[in-house]
Write a protein that binds this ligand. Structure first.
Ligand SMILES: Nc1ncnc2c1ncn2[C@@H]1O[C@H](COP(=O)(O)OP(=O)(O)OP(=O)(O)O)[C@@H](O)[C@H]1O
Ligand SMILES: [Mg+2]
Length: 295
């Protein structure tokens, strides 16, 4: 069975240590969950890790994107689709899926489980028991809390040393403003400041980089300093997930600053209503401090 790992549409930066660690963890655990806040880079790492490991799985890598699901009703159907199972028998879908996978030797990736943690926990538990040759790689802002789950916490890109945060910002800045020379000393200083203020969160760095199509570097840096000031829209090539998130919560592209957008992305973890305390507890990380979330 051929793999269906998503194509990457933008360049990839850094993460060598994480990928090395995952490569060995994928030989030691049957369930690995990449955790970390929204926009930190879990999905991009999962794509790379899955591609690197694909040759070790005779039945390939099967990728199930769960972020479009509104609830758990279509979870099993989505995984069936991902593994190429079209079952028309009278068995329950979970039983059919377990039976289908029982003799397979594959890596199943469940991308974005945080809004379906309980349902994913049940399903993955059943699959791991029924299918000894199946390994599961999960991305989720929260772990599944299953016995035997190997949890790898993904942190932001480093803003010092190799400065992968700056490398990513430079890449995206280059796409938005090709004539801008970030190697000029003043520009280099402003770019480094932006990376530090955004604490190396890839999604926030991409949003800030895209702003350079519309405003000067110094202004982007300055506005990030005064937190929630309005910045212009970006016209950046959003991934389907982040495009959908943005549409779903109806944020105004023109009125949101990068930190606000990061907050909205993280708030999407809540299925229904939430209060300020839970928002601060769940969404505060990196450049979004609990106080910032509360205001
Ligand atoms: N190492 C990287 N190199 C280049 N771009 C990256 C890297 N990591 C993340 N990005 C970009 O940053 C954005 C957020 O990354 P990604 O979607 O992987 O985050 P995530 O942790 O899966 O977020 P979510 O919790 O919302 O699913 C994406 O546009 C992605 O392409
Ligand atoms: Mg993701």
């Amino acid at each position: 069975m051929a793999s269906n790992i998503p194509q990457e549409s933008t360049s990839f930066v850094g993460r060598r240590a994480e990928l090395r660690q995952l490569s060995s963890e994928l030989t030691q655990h049957r369930l690995i969950t990449l955790t970390g806040p929204g926009g930190v880079g879990k999905t991009r790492i999962a794509v790379r890790a899955a591609r690197a490991a694909a040759a070790r799985f005779p039945d390939g890598v099967r990728w199930a994107p769960l972020w479009p699901l509104q609830g758990d009703q279509l979870l099993v159907a989505t995984v069936c689709d991902a593994v190429g199972l079209a079952d028309h028998s009278a068995r329950t879908p979970v039983a059919a899926l377990c039976e289908w996978l029982a003799d397979k030797d594959l890596l199943l990736v469940l991308d974005s489980c945080e809004h379906l943690v309980a349902a994913c926990r049940d399903l993955v538990g059943d699959l791991l028991t029924a299918a000894p040759g199946v390994t599961v790689l999960v991305t989720s802002r929260q772990p599944l809390d299953l016995v035997g789950e190997g949890i790898t916490e993904i942190g932001p890109l480093p803003c010092t040393g190799d400065n992968d945060a700056l490398a990513l910002f430079t890449e995206r800045a280059g796409a938005a403003a090709p004539e801008l020379r970030l190697t000029d000393p003043l520009n280099a200083e402003a770019a480094a400041l932006i990376c530090r203020r955004l604490e190396g969160i890839p999604l926030a760095l991409e949003l800030a980089g895209a702003q350079l199509a519309h405003r000067p570097l110094a202004q982007v840096a300055e506005r990030l300093g005064s937190r929630l000031d309005a910045l212009d829209g970006t016209g950046m090539p959003w991934t389907p997930r982040h495009r959908t998130l943005r549409t779903a919560i109806g944020w105004s592209h023109e009125l949101c600053a990068p930190l606000e957008r990061l907050l909205w992305a993280r708030l999407s973890v809540f299925r229904g209503t939430f209060d300020v305390g839970s928002a601060a507890a769940v969404c505060a990380d990196g450049p979004l401090t609990p106080d910032v979330v509360r205001t």
